[in-house]
Design a protein around this ligand. Structure first.
Ligand SMILES: *Cc1c(COP(=O)(O)O)cnc(C)c1O
Length: 403
């Protein structure tokens, strides 16, 4: 194992908060983000999962005879929890070979007149193949919900933000996902009438001050600790404790409660997010430029595949998502890097059917490519705090493992 560093790098590039962000202000977060990123009006929700839940409930009202929601077999467990909480049926679709996109043939086979929605996912800031999902959705009469939880600010080749090619798009403002108010989400739709419905659904959510107080304290803690010295306490030490007891699911925070709360986001957290959002475009540009410089170095390591975008996309780079040739070498790399404080981690530990705690939520399914993706992938952080020496140290371990 590499010697542990004094500081801890985060696994994803979150926008750090500044003291001045914590001052009160106008609750204009959703409108500010829409203006900054060229998005249509956004509804603010208490999490990305809550945004998905509201979207599913709204679409279900429009198409009550359709109950199935098709999601990638390798995605955030919260997606499965939202489908269950919406009273709908989860249907898994396996991945395309060596990629995290939905496999087009498997998607076609999974969809029929019972399908309510398909959820292509912009994982790791990469621009997903939404057009393939739209083609199948149009054929069977289903909706497309773009899960852009990890891709706020990412743009397609035509310059439009992700989240707008399908019927509905949502983003996450959770801790570590770019812009954060500790927990939050943004929801929109391409069609103004559907957007109006979603906004109404979001406005009907109860206030629940207990949850909001809790999130305010958590956001304060995040503001204080999301820096290289604080991350050791808030992220690195719990990670290492979980790995020592062999709990990889807890180590990456894949262990979620069976239901998610629904409440409104208060004025103060909106103001904090709005203050920070002003720095978001510059932050995204900075991390994207850093990623472009480092991509070729990673790609030149024989045996490393870096997940990339369709040509000309201008996406975001919260971290690099890598595939190694096999699980043995992926695990060998992680044995040296995961606990080193260098911001190397894994995305989702397993394919969705393989989380024991989701047994009642996710149907058993034969999804070999999702399992392969979980077994061979790892992530390399792209935080501005990761300097050239840190990055080289990671590349050195990858080279040694793959030699
Ligand atoms: C984080 C995440 C979500 C859920 O977002 P939250 O804001 O954490 O509720 C959904 N989908 C994907 C792919 C995610 O990474």
């Amino acid at each position: 194992m590499l010697p542990r560093r004094r500081h801890e790098l985060p696994p994803t590039a979150g926008l750090p908060l500044q003291l001045a962000d914590l001052r009160p202000g106008a609750p204009t977060l959703a409108a500010d983000v829409a203006a900054l990123l060229g998005l249509p009006p956004l509804a603010l929700t208490c999490s990305g999962t809550a945004a998905l839940l509201l979207a599913l409930a709204t679409l279900r009202e429009l198409q009550p005879q359709r109950r199935r929601v098709v999601v990638p077999a390798f995605t955030c467990p919260l997606v499965a929890i939202a489908v269950r909480q919406a009273g709908l049926e989860l249907q898994l679709c396996d991945l395309a070979p060596g990629h995290h996109d939905l496999d087009p043939a498997a998607l076609r086979a999974a969809c029929d007149e019972r399908t309510l929605a398909i959820v292509p996912t912009h994982l790791a800031g990469r621009v997903a193949d939404v057009d393939a999902a739209l083609a199948v959705a149009n054929e069977v009469g289903a909706y497309v919900i773009e899960d852009a939880a990890q891709a706020l600010g990412a743009r397609r080749a035509d310059g439009a933000s992700v989240g707008l090619a399908g019927d509905v798009g949502f983003f996450s403002l959770a801790a570590g996902k770019g812009l954060s108010i500790y927990e939050g989400g943004l929801l929109t739709a391409r069609d103004p009438a559907l957007r109006e419905r979603l906004a109404d659904a979001a406005a009907r959510v109860p206030r629940q001050s207990g949850w909001e107080w809790r999130r305010c304290f958590e956001l304060l803690g995040y503001a204080v600790l999301y820096r290289p010295w604080g991350l050791r306490l808030a992220y690195g030490n719990p990670l290492r404790r979980a790995l020592r007891r062999g709990d990889e699911i807890a180590a990456v925070g894949d262990d979620f409660p069976p239901t998610i709360p629904l409440h409104r986001v208060g004025r103060w957290r909106q103001a904090v997010g709005a203050h920070a959002a002003a720095r978001l475009p510059a932050f995204l540009a900075h991390t994207a430029a850093q990623a472009q410089r480092r991509l070729s170095r990673l790609r030149d390591i024989p045996g490393v595949q870096v997940l990339d975008d369709p040509p000309h996309a201008r996406s975001t780079w919260p971290f690099f998502l890598l595939l190694l040739p096999d699980q043995r070498r992926r695990d060998a790399a992680l044995a040296q890097l995961w606990q080193s404080g260098l911001g190397v981690s894994r995305l989702f530990i397993r394919a969705l059917p393989d989380y024991p705690y989701l047994a009642g939520v996710v149907p058993a399914a034969d999804v070999p490519r999702a399992r392969d993706f979980a077994a061979r992938s790892l992530t390399v952080g792209n935080s501005p705090w990761m300097d050239e020496a840190d990055f080289e140290a990671v590349c050195g371990v990858l080279e040694a493992v793959l030699r």
